[in-house]
Design a protein around this ligand. Structure first.
Ligand code: BDP
Length: 660
């Protein structure tokens, strides 16, 4: 199985400026993670500078020195990089900090940034920085767009070279936890917590451990029945609790580097505590109590809603469900439970408001869940760089308190003083050579990791870093690739469903336009377009969702005049003739943005074509092919959406363009 090294593709540098540092290394720590750090420095020295690095006998002889220090300002995962008199010191309170510091140094080497006089301190913004893989044991990946799983094949756990390559890549951007199996736990995946898969999972977890990553598994809430032969999974049943205790004891003994479990319960047909008339707190707590003696964490997803909704009922609203289900339980979860909350109240659309639960909950550990698997954003056939979206989400003021009230503050633990919290991304990897199918989709993987480590980092800055590390330090390439990436999310938003309404996609696989695909079904994802207008009234007169926010935001969303325009149709039903701030009518805005969006893809394609010969041919071709498809597909989107609204409204385009 071949694979490429993504942003860890090292190129030999022509200059010898930094060679002196990489001739000798000295590490004060001998733990496995520190050993990994030294190996990584050696490899970078060899492959980038052509230097054979040796171990120095003492710190004074070294060009790079890894030091364990006692300094709470740095912490166990933070690091300080300091160059003085020809020696670079990487300091941290823990080995993981040393590893992250080493990768930060290597990044500078790749980008050819000066090392002399270097002095920087970075501490991670979030305690947990996770990837959630939706990999199935048959090797398929739910919402996977880059080949098959490299964790599972033919109902077996795979541990091979690629396991290490994955861990290395993830650690290089600061990831410290990984859930390897799909949240929808079915069939043999339920048995991952049994002896049957113990050996392989232990091996995998040991490789992860070398890179400071803890292994997590998704759990089947009905396991006491499916594996234990009990006739119930009722969390308040003593036998069930006892079964979980035994099971946890076994698995944590078998796999010491296990971090805990991720649970999707009472959601889209998965079993959960509702069956027994119990709450989600009852469900999560029984697992948490069983995992607590081993330091295990239970991550409980808030993606709970009625997927059997009646489209005729205008008062029910899927957007409300997370808050309605979980707000009453605030404060009722054990300390080792974390609620994992999708960024928006619906499901990873190109534009959604921030979930009302973030900023609602004050007494519960929280993780922000985003999706870099591009399920609704072009499935890794379209370029869609999502980091600018994540930046907006993180920067959103919830008004949950006087001071540190942004989503970034909440999930980092700053707002409510929590230690178990952070960010998780539904991963976009598979066993394709380039890991992410679309080469440019690797920017989302890179960007997510770096952003979860440093939420202050800018989307453009991360794009530039990624491009320089991936394609080499050529200014024209970096600038062009960054330009394409930065255009891509706005472009995708323009040519797909307008102003926050989302969902005009093909049911099931979710690729490509389908104007009424979800309109009259039970999933609760409507646009409610008619001949006068479209959008969903989520104000007080409507479903009342806007009122789930703190007053400042509730007022903002409640009123058509103050509602941010990009979310206008999410919160309000708007006539086609309504004038937006630009002076354009809603219908004209729809037409214009759709032409613009498809036009932007043409520009992206031209920009990419200008790089021919400047980047490896196979990469160039892979991306070019996808851009060709995206050009055609964005036109299909444009034409279906525009035609649909033209036929509904019968209002012609002011600019007289062809709308069918
Ligand atoms: C939706 C996906 C579905 C996932 C679900 C989830 O369509 O495949 O199982 O989210 O997050 O986006 O559980």
């Amino acid at each position: 199985m071949s694979y490429e090294n993504a942003w860890l593709t090292y190129r030999m540098r022509q200059d010898s400026r930094d060679k002196k540092y990489f001739s000798k290394v000295y590490a004060e720590d001998e733990s496995i993670v520190a050993v990994t750090a030294v190996k990584e420095l050696e490899r970078a020295g060899r492959e980038i500078l052509g230097v054979r690095m040796e171990q120095a006998g003492c710190a004074a002889e070294a060009g790079i020195c890894l030091r364990l220090v006692s300094d709470p300002a740095i912490g166990e995962e933070g690091y300080q990089l300091r160059e003085e008199e020809g020696c670079i010191t990487i300091s941290s309170e823990g080995a993981r900090g040393l590893l992250y510091g080493s990768f930060a140094l290597i990044r500078r080497l790749q980008m050819e940034l000066p090392l002399e006089g270097l002095c920087m301190l970075e501490t991670p913004s979030n305690p947990l920085r996770m990837l959630n893989h939706w990999d199935n044991m048959d090797g398929s990946i739910e919402r996977g767009y880059s080949g098959n799983s490299f964790f599972f094949k033919d109902e077996k756990v795979i541990v091979d070279e690629r396991t290490r390559a994955y861990a290395r890549m993830a650690a290089s951007v600061g990831i410290n936890a990984s859930v390897i199996n799909n949240v929808n736990v079915r069939g043999n995946a339920t048995k991952l917590i049994t002896e049957e898969y113990g050996k392989e999972l232990r091996e995998m977890s040991e490789i992860f451990a070398e890179y400071g990553i803890r292994l997590f598994l998704s759990l089947n809430f009905a396991a006491p029945m499916e594996l234990g032969g009990l006739d119930s999974a009722d969390p308040l049943d003593g036998q069930v609790a006892a079964w979980w205790k035994d099971t946890m004891e076994d698995i944590f003994r078998r796999i010491p580097n296990l971090g805990g479990f991720l649970v999707k319960a009472d959601s889209e047909g998965r079993p959960g505590p509702f069956t027994y008339g119990r709450t989600h707190a009852d469900g999560a707590n029984v697992l948490a109590d069983a995992a607590a003696p081993y330091g295990g964490i239970i991550i409980w997803r808030c993606f709970v809603y009625n997927c059997q909704q009646d489209w005729r009922d205008r008062k029910t609203d899927r957007a409300r469900a997370g808050y309605d289900n979980f707000m009453p339980l605030d404060g009722k979860f054990r300390d080792n439970v974390i609620l994992q909350i999708k960024n928006g109240p619906m499901d990873f659309q190109v534009r959604e408001p921030v979930s009302s639960l973030l900023g609602g909950l004050t007494d519960t550990n929280q993780i922000l869940e985003v999706q870099i698997a591009q399920e609704y954003t072009g499935q890794q056939r379209h370029v869609c760089y999502l980091i600018p979206m994540f930046k907006e989400i993180l920067g959103f003021h919830t008004y949950c308190c006087g001071g540190q009230d942004t989503v970034a503050d909440i999930v980092s633990g700053r707002t409510w003083g929590q230690k178990s919290c952070g960010m998780a991304a539904v991963a976009n990897t598979g066993n394709d050579d380039n890991w992410t199918g679309h080469d440019l989709a690797a920017a989302n993987l890179y960007g997510f990791g770096r952003l979860s480590f440093q939420t202050d980092a800018g989307a453009r800055e991360l794009a530039e870093e990624w491009a320089a590390c991936t394609f080499g330090n050529d200014r024209v390439v970096t600038e062009t690739v960054t330009k394409i990436l930065m255009m891509s999310w706005p472009a995708y938003e323009k040519y797909t469903a307008p102003l926050g309404i989302g969902w005009m996609v093909n049911p099931n696989h979710h690729y490509g336009p389908n104007v009424d695909g979800y309109e009259y079904d039970r999933w609760g994802t409507y646009h409610r377009a008619d001949h006068l207008g479209l959008g969903i009234d989520r104000s007080r007169q409507g479903t009342g969702y806007a009122q789930q926010y703190r007053k400042e935001n509730a007022d903002l969303y409640e009123d058509i005049k103050t509602c941010p325009e990009e979310l206008l149709l999410f919160f309000h039903y708007i006539p086609y003739t309504y004038r937006l701030k630009s002076g354009k009518t809603l219908i004209q805005h729809i037409y214009d943005t759709h032409f613009e969006g498809a036009g932007d893809v043409e520009s992206m394609d031209i920009l990419w074509s200008s790089l021919e010969g400047k980047i490896p041919e196979r990469v160039y071709k892979r991306v070019k092919e996808r851009l060709e498809h995206q050009k055609e597909h964005s036109k299909e989107w444009r034409d279906q959406i525009n035609t649909y609204f033209f036929r509904k409204s019968m209002i012609p385009d002011e600019k007289g363009r062809q709308i069918y």
